[in-house]
Design a protein around this ligand. Structure first.
Ligand code: GDP
Ligand code: GDP
Length: 450
């Protein structure tokens, strides 16, 4: 069997500019050693990353300097030569805080002669830092520098797009969302909150998702004073974990017993687009879990139900059924909610979580055209006539989707505001099934017309 040949992307630059940090960012695993000491021995690292839907092989040239010639440039060149020779793209990194050094300039000269596509990266440019160096970097003759911060995760989504665009025969990179909704969807990472009762395994899940080396950032603008956020990446792009109770707990280790704090959950919900409601599957669905789910519904967030501690569940079939039944009967608005079962402790099944989060995010962002909507609506009215109110039948005229995030519809009609709950539910359930909107809150607003 032949292995499919992946495009090769080589990360090059002098020691300590942040190559390994960038590698870890892109590969999405944080197991590699990152050190402040230049020239610390490290193995040559290769990893595969999916950027805008394309798999690439990344090579980090950091740490190859040891056996090489004596000057810094000589070492850089020796360490990079073989890697650069096979590169489809070279990411040449400079340290925007340190500015352009002679070694950078030398290496750039050499690199220009290698006749490989190069993307110039000005790293450590978090905030406004390194703007000067980024401008100065034009002088290297390697095109427009891309300023970013590997450590803080700034500019990484852009970088992924730039890389994807430069790969050989890159299919047109898809930007933004689907047609018609791109203008609504803010750019930037998907915002995710992991919430649940104490001991559900939120911290363990967080560790599992992030790997051992966690990066805790913040406080940042827009988050409450003592909230924290963490960035991670999947194949689609960046995900920002916001204000997670498990993180608070980690930040204040002395907090021996964390009480379920509804107000903290509300804060986290408001920050998030998608919420992973984590429950301890060995205990089944608790009333507090339902309370949290109602909060998620009320705040209009997309939700994924995570059944954790699946390793410790004896009868998995029965447990899953019992949990689904409880959710379906107690939470009409969460009908069809995506359910993922895993063990945060062993890691088994956790890889299903982020794909489910992405799908939930898509559903939450869904748009239905007015044409489709009203074809369905007429049909729905035919099947069940609108009810009589005070002896007169309500005249429902048409519907339109006002917005997504969550999907929100407006129903126009004479005295539409008097529509009974049961009929509203009928319409909402129909919308959910027909337009495939499982597990997302659906809003239906009524507008009376003359
Ligand atoms: P390498 O030798 O080029 O692989 O560099 P490393 O990835 O080991 O990073 C060297 C140092 O720079 C480490 O202390 C990192 O934490 C730090 N670093 C990496 N990226 C950034 C960044 O975006 N901003 C800042 N301020 N520091 C960074
Ligand atoms: P949190 O309060 O929600 O952050 O929960 P923790 O992550 O601190 O986990 C609570 C307890 O459950 C700890 O003793 C974990 O080791 C345990 N735990 C977490 N995930 C799992 C799992 O998947 N399986 C099992 N058997 N135990 C787990």
């Amino acid at each position: 069997m032949t292995e499919e040949k992946l495009p090769v992307v080589v990360i090059a630059g002098r020691p300590n500019v942040g190559k390994s940090t960038l590698f870890n960012r892109l590969v999405g695993q944080r197991r590699a050693l990152v050190s402040d000491m230049p020239g610390v021995t490290r193995d040559r690292k290769e990893g595969d990353a999916q950027l805008r839907g394309r798999m690439v092989r990344l090579i980090d040239t950091a740490g190859l300097e040891e056996s090489a010639p004596d000057t810094l440039f000589g070492r850089m060149r020796a360490s990079s030569e073989s890697a650069v020779a096979q590169a489809d793209l070279v990411l040449f990194c400079i340290d925007a805080r340190a500015g352009i050094t002679p070694a950078d300039a030398h290496f750039a000269n050499w690199l220009r002669r290698q006749d490989r596509p190069v993307l110039l990266i000005a790293n450590k440019a978090e905030g406004q830092a390194g703007t000067n160096a980024a401008l100065e970097a034009y002088s290297l003759g390697l095109g427009t520098p891309l300023a970013l911060s590997a450590e803080h995760g700034e500019g990484i989504a852009d970088l992924m797009g730039e890389i994807a665009d430069r790969l050989p025969d890159a299919p047109r990179a898809e930007r933004g969302g689907r047609p018609g909704e791109g203008d609504e969807r803010p750019a930037g990472p998907l915002r995710l909150a992991i919430i649940g009762r104490p001991n559900a395994g939120k911290s363990t899940l967080l560790n599992c998702l992030l790997g051992e080396e966690r990066m805790i950032t913040g406080p940042e603008a827009g988050l409450t004073r003592d909230s924290i956020s963490v960035d991670l990446f999947d194949e689609v792009g960046p995900i920002k974990l916001v204000d997670t109770a498990g993180m608070r707990k980690r930040a204040r280790v002395e907090e021996a017993l964390e009480r379920m704090s509804v107000s903290a959950s509300i804060e986290a919900l408001k920050m998030a687009e998608v919420v992973v409601l984590t429950i301890d599957a060995t205990l089944g669905v608790h009333e507090q879990d339902l309370q949290i789910a109602r909060l998620i519904e009320r705040e209009g967030r997309a939700c994924v139900l995570a059944l954790n501690k699946w390793d410790a569940v004896v009868d998995r079939g029965a447990t899953r059924q019992a949990i689904s039944d409880r959710i379906e009967t107690s939470l009409a608005q969460m009908r069809g909610i995506p359910v993922v079962a895993f063990s945060a402790l062993t890691g088994a099944g956790v890889n299903q979580l982020l794909p489910a989060v992405r799908r939930a995010h898509e559903v939450w962002n869904s748009r239905v055209t007015t044409g489709e909507l009203n074809r369905w609506f007429e049909d729905a009215l035919d099947r069940h006539q609108p009810p009589l109110v005070d002896g007169r039948r309500l005249k429902l005229r048409y519907m339109t989707q006002a917005k997504s995030r969550p999907p929100t519809f407006i129903l126009f009609g004479t005295r539409a505001e008097l529509l009974p709950e049961a009929y509203k539910r009928y319409l909402v359930n129909g919308l959910r099934e027909t337009f495939h909107l499982p597990g997302t809150p659906i809003r239906l607003q009524l507008r009376g017309t003359k």
